[in-house]
Ligand binder design. Sequence first.
Ligand code: NAI
Length: 412
Amino acid sequence: MKRVADESLAPRGAINFSWAWRHMPTLTRIIEDQRPKAPLKGKKVGVCLHVTKETAVFVKGLQQLGAEVYLAGANPLSTQDDIAAYLLSEGVEVWAWRGQSTEQYKACIRNVLRAGPSLQVDDGADAHVMAHSEGYAARIEGGTEETTTGVLRLRALERQRGLAYPIIAVNNASTKFLFDNRYGTGQSTLDGILRATSLLLAGKVVVVAGYGWVGRGVAARARGLGARVVVTEVNPIRALEALLQGYEVMSMRQAAPLGDLFITCTGQINVIDEPHLLNMKDGAVLANAGHFDVEVNVGALKRMARASREVRPNVTEYELPDGRRLYLLAEGRVVNLVCAEGHPPEVMMMSFSNQLLSLLYLANEAPRLEKRLVPVPQEVDEEVARATLGAYGIALDALTEEQVKYAESWAL
Ligand code: NAI
Protein backbone atom coordinates (compact mmCIF):
# COMPACT_ATOMS: atom_id res chain seq x y z
CA MET A 1 0.00 0.00 0.00
CA LYS A 2 1.04 3.59 -0.68
CA ARG A 3 2.89 5.07 2.32
CA VAL A 4 3.30 8.80 1.66
CA ALA A 5 2.60 11.21 -1.21
CA ASP A 6 6.18 11.80 -2.31
CA GLU A 7 9.32 10.51 -0.59
CA SER A 8 11.47 13.17 -2.28
CA LEU A 9 9.87 15.80 -0.01
CA ALA A 10 11.82 14.46 2.99
CA PRO A 11 14.58 17.16 2.98
CA ARG A 12 11.93 19.93 3.06
CA GLY A 13 10.22 18.06 5.91
CA ALA A 14 13.50 17.88 7.82
CA ILE A 15 13.81 21.67 7.71
CA ASN A 16 10.22 22.16 8.89
CA PHE A 17 10.76 19.60 11.62
CA SER A 18 13.83 21.50 12.89
CA TRP A 19 11.78 24.71 13.05
CA ALA A 20 9.16 23.02 15.23
CA TRP A 21 11.80 21.26 17.38
CA ARG A 22 13.40 24.64 18.13
CA HIS A 23 10.06 26.09 19.28
CA MET A 24 8.88 23.23 21.51
CA PRO A 25 11.30 23.42 24.46
CA THR A 26 8.96 21.92 27.07
CA LEU A 27 8.60 18.76 25.00
CA THR A 28 12.19 18.52 23.78
CA ARG A 29 13.51 18.91 27.33
CA ILE A 30 11.37 15.96 28.49
CA ILE A 31 12.66 13.93 25.53
CA GLU A 32 16.26 14.82 26.31
CA ASP A 33 15.86 14.09 30.04
CA GLN A 34 14.27 10.69 29.37
CA ARG A 35 16.47 9.60 26.45
CA PRO A 36 19.23 7.93 28.54
CA LYS A 37 16.64 5.72 30.29
CA ALA A 38 14.96 4.64 27.00
CA PRO A 39 11.66 4.11 28.86
CA LEU A 40 9.79 2.98 25.73
CA LYS A 41 12.41 0.48 24.62
CA GLY A 42 10.77 -2.43 22.81
CA LYS A 43 7.31 -0.83 22.89
CA LYS A 44 5.24 -0.57 19.74
CA VAL A 45 3.36 2.73 19.78
CA GLY A 46 0.50 3.34 17.35
CA VAL A 47 -0.13 7.00 16.59
CA CYS A 48 -3.18 8.47 14.84
CA LEU A 49 -2.58 12.23 14.81
CA HIS A 50 -2.62 15.06 12.28
CA VAL A 51 0.76 14.61 10.58
CA THR A 52 2.24 18.08 11.15
CA LYS A 53 5.72 19.34 11.96
CA GLU A 54 4.73 19.48 15.67
CA THR A 55 3.52 15.86 15.59
CA ALA A 56 6.88 14.99 14.04
CA VAL A 57 8.66 16.29 17.15
CA PHE A 58 6.44 14.10 19.33
CA VAL A 59 6.92 11.06 17.09
CA LYS A 60 10.71 11.51 16.91
CA GLY A 61 10.64 11.84 20.69
CA LEU A 62 8.88 8.47 21.00
CA GLN A 63 11.49 6.94 18.73
CA GLN A 64 14.34 8.46 20.72
CA LEU A 65 12.89 6.98 23.91
CA GLY A 66 13.09 3.53 22.32
CA ALA A 67 9.65 3.03 20.73
CA GLU A 68 8.83 1.57 17.33
CA VAL A 69 6.30 4.03 15.93
CA TYR A 70 3.44 3.31 13.51
CA LEU A 71 1.76 6.50 12.26
CA ALA A 72 -1.46 7.36 10.39
CA GLY A 73 -3.12 10.76 9.95
CA ALA A 74 -6.18 11.86 11.92
CA ASN A 75 -7.93 13.47 8.95
CA PRO A 76 -7.88 12.73 5.20
CA LEU A 77 -6.88 16.32 4.38
CA SER A 78 -4.56 17.41 7.20
CA THR A 79 -1.29 15.59 6.45
CA GLN A 80 1.74 17.76 5.65
CA ASP A 81 3.30 15.62 2.93
CA ASP A 82 6.86 16.80 3.50
CA ILE A 83 6.62 15.81 7.16
CA ALA A 84 5.19 12.37 6.33
CA ALA A 85 8.08 11.81 3.88
CA TYR A 86 10.63 12.97 6.44
CA LEU A 87 9.29 10.66 9.16
CA LEU A 88 9.29 7.71 6.75
CA SER A 89 12.93 8.46 5.91
CA GLU A 90 13.68 8.42 9.64
CA GLY A 91 12.37 4.89 10.12
CA VAL A 92 8.85 5.67 11.32
CA GLU A 93 6.25 3.33 9.78
CA VAL A 94 4.03 5.97 8.14
CA TRP A 95 0.82 5.64 6.15
CA ALA A 96 -0.37 9.22 5.56
CA TRP A 97 -0.82 11.62 2.68
CA ARG A 98 -2.99 14.66 2.02
CA GLY A 99 -6.16 14.09 0.02
CA GLN A 100 -7.16 10.56 1.01
CA SER A 101 -10.53 8.99 0.32
CA THR A 102 -12.43 7.88 3.42
CA GLU A 103 -11.53 4.27 2.61
CA GLN A 104 -7.81 5.06 2.27
CA TYR A 105 -7.93 7.02 5.51
CA LYS A 106 -9.44 4.06 7.36
CA ALA A 107 -7.03 1.59 5.71
CA CYS A 108 -4.07 3.62 7.00
CA ILE A 109 -5.38 3.51 10.57
CA ARG A 110 -6.03 -0.22 10.16
CA ASN A 111 -2.39 -0.72 9.14
CA VAL A 112 -1.28 0.93 12.37
CA LEU A 113 -3.54 -1.34 14.42
CA ARG A 114 -2.45 -4.46 12.49
CA ALA A 115 1.14 -3.75 13.54
CA GLY A 116 0.02 -4.70 17.06
CA PRO A 117 0.84 -1.63 19.15
CA SER A 118 0.77 -1.96 22.94
CA LEU A 119 0.13 1.78 23.33
CA GLN A 120 -2.21 3.73 21.04
CA VAL A 121 -2.34 7.53 20.70
CA ASP A 122 -5.42 8.99 19.02
CA ASP A 123 -7.04 12.29 18.02
CA GLY A 124 -10.79 12.02 17.50
CA ALA A 125 -11.04 8.34 18.58
CA ASP A 126 -11.21 6.76 15.10
CA ALA A 127 -8.31 4.42 15.97
CA HIS A 128 -9.72 3.49 19.39
CA VAL A 129 -13.18 2.88 17.93
CA MET A 130 -11.69 0.76 15.13
CA ALA A 131 -9.59 -1.18 17.66
CA HIS A 132 -12.74 -1.98 19.62
CA SER A 133 -15.02 -2.76 16.69
CA GLU A 134 -12.61 -4.68 14.44
CA GLY A 135 -10.88 -6.86 17.04
CA TYR A 136 -7.51 -5.11 17.45
CA ALA A 137 -7.95 -4.19 21.12
CA ALA A 138 -6.54 -7.32 22.79
CA ARG A 139 -2.86 -6.39 22.40
CA ILE A 140 -3.34 -2.75 23.40
CA GLU A 141 -2.40 -2.10 27.04
CA GLY A 142 -3.36 1.55 27.14
CA GLY A 143 -4.19 4.57 25.02
CA THR A 144 -4.52 8.33 24.98
CA GLU A 145 -7.02 10.69 23.37
CA GLU A 146 -6.18 14.19 22.22
CA THR A 147 -9.45 16.04 21.56
CA THR A 148 -12.87 16.92 22.99
CA THR A 149 -14.83 15.03 20.33
CA GLY A 150 -12.70 11.91 20.86
CA VAL A 151 -13.21 12.02 24.63
CA LEU A 152 -16.98 12.36 24.15
CA ARG A 153 -17.06 9.39 21.74
CA LEU A 154 -15.01 7.27 24.12
CA ARG A 155 -17.25 8.22 27.02
CA ALA A 156 -20.23 6.96 24.95
CA LEU A 157 -18.34 3.73 24.09
CA GLU A 158 -17.42 3.24 27.75
CA ARG A 159 -21.06 3.70 28.79
CA GLN A 160 -22.50 1.37 26.17
CA ARG A 161 -19.91 -1.41 25.77
CA GLY A 162 -17.04 -0.71 28.13
CA LEU A 163 -13.42 -0.07 27.16
CA ALA A 164 -10.97 -2.86 26.45
CA TYR A 165 -8.01 -0.86 27.86
CA PRO A 166 -7.49 2.30 29.93
CA ILE A 167 -7.44 5.52 27.90
CA ILE A 168 -6.04 8.77 29.25
CA ALA A 169 -8.19 11.78 28.32
CA VAL A 170 -5.28 14.07 27.42
CA ASN A 171 -7.74 16.68 26.12
CA ASN A 172 -9.05 17.22 29.63
CA ALA A 173 -5.71 18.24 31.16
CA SER A 174 -5.72 21.95 32.01
CA THR A 175 -2.45 22.41 30.17
CA LYS A 176 -4.15 20.99 27.07
CA PHE A 177 -7.64 22.42 26.63
CA LEU A 178 -6.99 25.84 28.19
CA PHE A 179 -4.19 26.51 25.73
CA ASP A 180 -4.45 24.21 22.70
CA ASN A 181 -8.23 24.39 22.23
CA ARG A 182 -8.42 28.10 23.03
CA TYR A 183 -5.24 29.88 21.93
CA GLY A 184 -4.01 27.28 19.45
CA THR A 185 -7.29 26.89 17.60
CA GLY A 186 -8.05 30.60 18.00
CA GLN A 187 -4.93 31.66 16.14
CA SER A 188 -4.67 28.83 13.64
CA THR A 189 -8.34 28.94 12.62
CA LEU A 190 -8.06 32.60 11.71
CA ASP A 191 -4.73 31.82 10.04
CA GLY A 192 -6.41 29.14 7.90
CA ILE A 193 -9.31 31.38 6.93
CA LEU A 194 -6.99 34.25 5.99
CA ARG A 195 -4.64 32.01 3.97
CA ALA A 196 -7.61 30.50 2.10
CA THR A 197 -9.61 33.65 1.42
CA SER A 198 -7.13 36.55 1.70
CA LEU A 199 -10.10 38.72 2.76
CA LEU A 200 -10.22 41.55 5.31
CA LEU A 201 -11.87 40.65 8.61
CA ALA A 202 -12.07 44.16 10.07
CA GLY A 203 -15.66 45.38 10.03
CA LYS A 204 -17.07 42.00 8.98
CA VAL A 205 -19.73 40.11 10.94
CA VAL A 206 -18.17 36.85 12.10
CA VAL A 207 -20.59 34.30 13.55
CA VAL A 208 -18.94 31.85 15.95
CA ALA A 209 -21.09 28.79 16.67
CA GLY A 210 -20.28 27.37 20.11
CA TYR A 211 -18.58 29.25 22.93
CA GLY A 212 -16.57 26.40 24.44
CA TRP A 213 -12.78 26.42 24.61
CA VAL A 214 -12.38 26.54 20.85
CA GLY A 215 -15.16 29.09 20.35
CA ARG A 216 -13.75 31.40 23.03
CA GLY A 217 -10.37 31.45 21.32
CA VAL A 218 -11.80 31.92 17.83
CA ALA A 219 -14.13 34.72 18.96
CA ALA A 220 -11.31 36.55 20.77
CA ARG A 221 -8.96 36.39 17.77
CA ALA A 222 -11.70 37.41 15.31
CA ARG A 223 -12.49 40.42 17.49
CA GLY A 224 -8.76 41.18 17.68
CA LEU A 225 -8.74 41.48 13.89
CA GLY A 226 -11.57 44.01 14.05
CA ALA A 227 -14.51 41.74 13.26
CA ARG A 228 -17.96 42.27 14.78
CA VAL A 229 -18.44 38.94 16.53
CA VAL A 230 -21.76 37.16 17.01
CA VAL A 231 -21.92 34.00 19.15
CA THR A 232 -24.53 31.24 18.96
CA GLU A 233 -24.88 28.69 21.77
CA VAL A 234 -27.17 26.02 23.19
CA ASN A 235 -25.75 26.24 26.72
CA PRO A 236 -27.25 29.17 28.68
CA ILE A 237 -24.20 29.64 30.93
CA ARG A 238 -21.80 29.82 28.00
CA ALA A 239 -24.20 32.12 26.11
CA LEU A 240 -24.28 34.44 29.12
CA GLU A 241 -20.50 34.37 29.38
CA ALA A 242 -20.24 35.37 25.70
CA LEU A 243 -22.74 38.18 26.23
CA LEU A 244 -20.84 39.61 29.21
CA GLN A 245 -17.62 39.27 27.26
CA GLY A 246 -19.17 41.82 24.93
CA TYR A 247 -20.30 39.67 21.98
CA GLU A 248 -23.72 39.71 20.34
CA VAL A 249 -25.51 36.48 21.23
CA MET A 250 -28.40 35.14 19.16
CA SER A 251 -29.74 31.99 17.54
CA MET A 252 -28.26 30.68 14.28
CA ARG A 253 -31.60 31.42 12.62
CA GLN A 254 -31.16 35.10 13.53
CA ALA A 255 -27.45 35.14 12.71
CA ALA A 256 -27.73 33.43 9.31
CA PRO A 257 -28.73 36.53 7.29
CA LEU A 258 -26.22 38.78 9.13
CA GLY A 259 -22.94 36.87 8.91
CA ASP A 260 -20.13 37.49 6.44
CA LEU A 261 -18.14 34.58 7.87
CA PHE A 262 -19.39 31.61 9.90
CA ILE A 263 -17.04 29.47 12.02
CA THR A 264 -18.44 26.34 13.68
CA CYS A 265 -16.74 25.26 16.92
CA THR A 266 -19.25 22.89 18.53
CA GLY A 267 -18.40 19.24 17.88
CA GLN A 268 -22.09 18.89 16.88
CA ILE A 269 -23.81 17.87 13.67
CA ASN A 270 -25.66 20.21 11.22
CA VAL A 271 -25.15 23.35 13.31
CA ILE A 272 -25.40 25.21 10.01
CA ASP A 273 -28.29 23.47 8.30
CA GLU A 274 -30.43 23.92 5.21
CA PRO A 275 -32.76 26.64 6.62
CA HIS A 276 -29.70 28.69 7.68
CA LEU A 277 -27.99 28.25 4.31
CA LEU A 278 -31.16 29.41 2.58
CA ASN A 279 -31.06 32.68 4.51
CA MET A 280 -27.41 33.62 4.13
CA LYS A 281 -26.07 36.65 2.28
CA ASP A 282 -24.54 36.36 -1.14
CA GLY A 283 -20.80 35.85 -0.56
CA ALA A 284 -20.99 34.39 2.95
CA VAL A 285 -17.98 32.21 3.86
CA LEU A 286 -18.37 28.99 5.86
CA ALA A 287 -15.57 27.43 7.90
CA ASN A 288 -15.41 24.68 10.49
CA ALA A 289 -12.98 24.39 13.41
CA GLY A 290 -14.62 21.35 15.04
CA HIS A 291 -13.01 17.93 14.77
CA PHE A 292 -15.31 16.32 12.18
CA ASP A 293 -16.75 17.63 8.91
CA VAL A 294 -20.30 17.38 10.21
CA GLU A 295 -20.96 20.87 11.57
CA VAL A 296 -21.96 22.46 8.25
CA ASN A 297 -24.52 20.37 6.40
CA VAL A 298 -22.36 20.02 3.30
CA GLY A 299 -24.72 17.41 1.82
CA ALA A 300 -27.61 19.90 1.91
CA LEU A 301 -25.41 22.61 0.40
CA LYS A 302 -24.42 20.31 -2.45
CA ARG A 303 -28.04 19.30 -3.05
CA MET A 304 -29.26 22.89 -3.04
CA ALA A 305 -26.55 24.24 -5.34
CA ARG A 306 -27.12 24.50 -9.09
CA ALA A 307 -23.37 24.74 -9.66
CA SER A 308 -20.11 24.52 -7.73
CA ARG A 309 -16.46 25.14 -8.53
CA GLU A 310 -13.14 25.61 -6.76
CA VAL A 311 -12.38 29.36 -6.89
CA ARG A 312 -9.15 29.23 -4.88
CA PRO A 313 -7.30 26.34 -3.21
CA ASN A 314 -9.54 25.08 -0.39
CA VAL A 315 -12.41 27.44 -1.32
CA THR A 316 -15.48 25.95 -3.04
CA GLU A 317 -18.15 28.24 -4.43
CA TYR A 318 -21.73 26.94 -4.31
CA GLU A 319 -24.23 28.80 -6.47
CA LEU A 320 -27.78 28.58 -5.15
CA PRO A 321 -30.82 28.54 -7.46
CA ASP A 322 -31.49 32.27 -6.82
CA GLY A 323 -27.94 33.18 -7.86
CA ARG A 324 -26.50 33.74 -4.36
CA ARG A 325 -23.08 32.22 -3.87
CA LEU A 326 -21.76 30.68 -0.65
CA TYR A 327 -18.10 29.78 -0.11
CA LEU A 328 -17.17 26.64 1.83
CA LEU A 329 -13.59 26.31 3.10
CA ALA A 330 -11.72 23.00 3.30
CA GLU A 331 -14.81 20.98 2.31
CA GLY A 332 -16.13 21.66 5.81
CA ARG A 333 -13.17 19.93 7.48
CA VAL A 334 -10.93 21.40 10.24
CA VAL A 335 -9.98 24.69 8.63
CA ASN A 336 -6.87 25.34 10.72
CA LEU A 337 -5.28 22.07 9.63
CA VAL A 338 -6.44 21.97 6.03
CA CYS A 339 -5.90 25.65 5.11
CA ALA A 340 -3.02 26.41 7.51
CA GLU A 341 -0.57 24.27 9.49
CA GLY A 342 -2.58 23.55 12.64
CA HIS A 343 -1.57 24.89 16.03
CA PRO A 344 1.68 26.74 16.59
CA PRO A 345 4.53 24.67 18.06
CA GLU A 346 4.54 26.60 21.35
CA VAL A 347 0.99 25.37 21.98
CA MET A 348 1.52 21.82 20.77
CA MET A 349 4.54 21.46 23.06
CA MET A 350 2.12 21.45 25.99
CA SER A 351 -0.38 19.06 24.43
CA PHE A 352 2.35 16.64 23.35
CA SER A 353 4.17 16.89 26.69
CA ASN A 354 0.92 15.69 28.23
CA GLN A 355 0.74 12.94 25.61
CA LEU A 356 4.32 11.84 26.19
CA LEU A 357 4.17 11.88 29.99
CA SER A 358 0.83 10.06 29.84
CA LEU A 359 2.37 7.35 27.64
CA LEU A 360 5.30 6.98 30.03
CA TYR A 361 2.80 6.64 32.88
CA LEU A 362 0.84 4.02 30.90
CA ALA A 363 4.03 2.12 30.02
CA ASN A 364 4.47 1.48 33.77
CA GLU A 365 0.99 1.60 35.19
CA ALA A 366 -1.41 0.36 32.48
CA PRO A 367 -1.85 -3.16 33.95
CA ARG A 368 -2.88 -1.63 37.28
CA LEU A 369 -5.35 0.88 35.84
CA GLU A 370 -9.07 0.29 35.44
CA LYS A 371 -10.19 -0.15 31.84
CA ARG A 372 -11.82 3.25 31.75
CA LEU A 373 -11.27 6.81 30.58
CA VAL A 374 -8.79 8.17 33.10
CA PRO A 375 -7.63 11.74 33.70
CA VAL A 376 -4.09 12.94 33.11
CA PRO A 377 -2.44 12.65 36.54
CA GLN A 378 -2.51 16.06 38.28
CA GLU A 379 1.25 15.97 38.79
CA VAL A 380 1.76 15.60 35.02
CA ASP A 381 -0.47 18.61 34.33
CA GLU A 382 1.45 20.72 36.87
CA GLU A 383 4.81 19.51 35.60
CA VAL A 384 3.87 20.60 32.05
CA ALA A 385 2.82 24.06 33.30
CA ARG A 386 5.98 24.51 35.37
CA ALA A 387 8.26 23.30 32.59
CA THR A 388 6.56 25.65 30.13
CA LEU A 389 6.92 28.64 32.45
CA GLY A 390 10.54 27.57 32.92
CA ALA A 391 11.06 27.51 29.16
CA TYR A 392 9.78 31.09 29.01
CA GLY A 393 12.13 32.00 31.89
CA ILE A 394 9.22 32.98 34.14
CA ALA A 395 9.61 32.60 37.91
CA LEU A 396 6.77 31.67 40.26
CA ASP A 397 6.24 32.72 43.86
CA ALA A 398 5.70 30.03 46.47
CA LEU A 399 3.38 30.27 49.48
CA THR A 400 5.23 31.14 52.67
CA GLU A 401 4.68 28.95 55.75
CA GLU A 402 2.58 31.75 57.18
CA GLN A 403 0.41 31.77 54.05
CA VAL A 404 0.01 27.99 54.08
CA LYS A 405 -1.20 28.16 57.69
CA TYR A 406 -3.54 31.04 56.84
CA ALA A 407 -5.08 29.07 53.96
CA GLU A 408 -5.71 26.12 56.27
CA SER A 409 -7.23 28.04 59.19
CA TRP A 410 -10.91 28.69 59.82
CA ALA A 411 -10.75 30.89 62.89
CA LEU A 412 -11.72 34.56 62.55
P1 NAI B 1 -16.53 22.43 24.26
O1 NAI B 1 -17.40 21.32 24.72
O2 NAI B 1 -15.73 23.21 25.26
O3 NAI B 1 -17.40 23.50 23.45
C1 NAI B 1 -18.39 23.19 22.52
C2 NAI B 1 -19.49 24.25 22.70
O4 NAI B 1 -20.40 24.15 21.62
C3 NAI B 1 -20.29 24.07 23.99
O5 NAI B 1 -20.30 25.29 24.71
C4 NAI B 1 -21.66 23.67 23.51
O6 NAI B 1 -22.70 24.14 24.35
C5 NAI B 1 -21.70 24.35 22.14
N1 NAI B 1 -22.67 23.76 21.22
C6 NAI B 1 -23.01 22.46 21.06
N2 NAI B 1 -23.95 22.33 20.10
C7 NAI B 1 -24.21 23.58 19.64
C8 NAI B 1 -25.09 24.09 18.67
N3 NAI B 1 -25.91 23.29 17.96
N4 NAI B 1 -25.10 25.42 18.45
C9 NAI B 1 -24.30 26.25 19.16
N5 NAI B 1 -23.44 25.82 20.12
C10 NAI B 1 -23.41 24.49 20.35
O7 NAI B 1 -15.57 21.79 23.15
P2 NAI B 1 -14.22 22.45 22.55
O8 NAI B 1 -13.05 21.96 23.31
O9 NAI B 1 -14.44 23.88 22.36
O10 NAI B 1 -14.17 21.67 21.15
C11 NAI B 1 -15.10 21.93 20.12
C12 NAI B 1 -14.75 21.08 18.88
O11 NAI B 1 -13.46 21.48 18.39
C13 NAI B 1 -14.62 19.59 19.16
O12 NAI B 1 -15.03 18.88 18.01
C14 NAI B 1 -13.13 19.40 19.37
O13 NAI B 1 -12.72 18.08 19.19
C15 NAI B 1 -12.60 20.34 18.32
N6 NAI B 1 -11.23 20.82 18.47
C16 NAI B 1 -10.64 21.23 17.30
C17 NAI B 1 -9.35 21.69 17.34
C18 NAI B 1 -8.70 22.11 16.06
O14 NAI B 1 -7.49 22.11 15.98
N7 NAI B 1 -9.47 22.50 15.06
C19 NAI B 1 -8.56 21.74 18.59
C20 NAI B 1 -9.32 21.39 19.76
C21 NAI B 1 -10.61 20.93 19.69
